[in-house]
Design a binder for this molecule. Structure first.
Ligand SMILES: [Zn+2]
Length: 82
């Protein structure tokens, strides 16, 4: 693995697959079976996490959800008296 100024260089395998660096996956909450959105912009391929796992129960949630929690866990947290 080479780390250049613009990221990490990876080799594409014979089936056209590239492994996403673990740092990136962790940061974006991309885990096994997570869905990503792949788009192309001129010579650049963008891979965007389209969902992530709830930080509490690990169910898949929309990426834009509050606090990275699923709706039922958000309700649980709200019901705690702080
Ligand atoms: Zn949850």
């Amino acid at each position: 693995m080479k780390r250049g100024s613009n990221g990490i260089e990876r080799e594409v395998d014979k089936l056209g697959r590239v492994v996403l660096p673990m740092d990136f996956r962790k940061k974006l909450g991309i885990e096994r079976s997570s869905k990503v959105l792949i788009t192309m912009n001129e010579d650049t391929v963008l891979i965007k996490a389209s969902e992530r796992l709830c930080a509490m129960c690990k169910k898949q949630v929309e990426l834009n959800s509050d606090l990275g929690l699923c709706p039922s866990c958000i309700e649980k947290v709200k019901s705690y008296d702080v």
